[in-house]
Write a protein that binds this ligand. Structure first.
Ligand SMILES: CC(C)(COP(=O)(O)OP(=O)(O)OC[C@H]1O[C@@H](n2cnc3c(N)ncnc32)[C@H](O)[C@@H]1OP(=O)(O)O)[C@@H](O)C(=O)NCCC(=O)NCCS
Length: 262
């Protein structure tokens, strides 16, 4: 296994989070590709773990100034993922040291760019991208917003700890129809999939539902809202991790539609 920079050969698996076997991920559309094209000129770095020509893991990180946290001179890890689905794609290759090797390669890369440290995020509960895993790799907690823990590993004494940017604006309720608002930045296929499901579900209700997609990959738009991704039905937040199914979103919208005055 070796850790390499993203290349033409690994771009495909990277854009679908190594899950080219997943029908669910196809639903996410091309939002990640659009995000990738935009961010690669803003300092996005991607490292891939490859063995016998197959992608086993990935890590993507961007300058914190282009990420969803406040800080300077740091890089921010959006996500690290080592394929973990048994019997699918490359199978479960976790716990073989690949995650550690990816993180180490990213840290060395960031150090080489003269940055003052690395920030990362994870959830404090024992699932998905765990904050505890980063703690084990020498990161310390600097902030928390709900389930999301912000951690960092400074490289120098003058490094300034990052902070979460918090939600500043909440989507409104619709007038005379239900308003479904999806904030979508494009970096995460799970969020992209949720956004696409919400768009399709909204369309199924015709003019009773208006669908608004907010592109938070635009920095100014993101700062206006303060959150990169989220789904709201008439202003009420829907939990998007794990991603809600199409049927679940339909059900939630239908409930609101049934309360509309005719
Ligand atoms: C977290 C993750 C990147 C770790 O990669 P990995 O290749 O499985 O981990 P490694 O084999 O390099 O393990 C490194 C260390 O973490 C420990 N570790 C790995 N998985 C762990 C787990 N689930 N719980 C606790 N410790 C764990 C290992 O024991 C090892 O400890 P050591 O340093 O004492 O030897 C990987 O498990 C993963 O991708 N998890 C899902 C994360 C996710 O949801 N990402 C999507 C974000 S969009």
């Amino acid at each position: 296994m070796e850790i390499v920079d993203l290349s033409k050969e690994t771009l495909g698996p990277y854009l679908v989070c190594l899950e080219d076997w997943s029908e669910d991920l196809k639903e996410a559309g091309n939002r990640k590709e659009i995000w990738y094209k935009r961010m690669k000129d803003k300092g996005l770095r991607v490292k891939m773990a490859v063995e016998n020509g197959k992608a086993l893991g990935m890590i993507q990180y961007v300058p914190i100034e282009a990420a969803f946290a406040e800080g300077r001179d740091l890089y921010f890890i959006h996500c690290i993922w080592v394929h973990g689905h048994k019997g699918k794609g490359v199978g479960n290759v976790q716990k073989r040291g690949i995650g550690k090797a990816l993180l180490h390669a990213a840290e060395e890369d960031v150090r080489g760019m003269g940055k003052t440290g690395v920030a990362a995020w994870g959830v404090w509960l024992p699932f998905w991208m765990r904050a505890s895993w980063f703690r084990k790799q020498g990161y310390t907690k600097v902030d928390r917003d709900g389930m999301a823990v912000l951690l960092w590993k400074p490289f120098s004494q003058d490094a300034v700890p990052p902070r979460w940017i918090r939600m500043k604006k909440k989507p409104d309720k619709g007038e005379g129809r239900v308003r479904v608002t999806a904030l979508c930045s494009g970096w995460c296929q799970v969020q992209n999939m949720t956004c696409e499901r919400a768009r399709r579900a909204s369309a199924a209700f015709g003019d009773k539902v208006e669908f608004c997609e907010v592109d938070t990959s635009d920095r100014a738009t993101y700062l206006e809202w303060g959150i990169p991704d989220g789904l709201f039905i008439d202003g009420k937040s829907v939990v998007t991790g794990p991603p809600p199914s199409y049927q679940k979103i339909m059900k939630k919208i239908a409930k609101k539609v049934s309360k509309l005055k005719t």
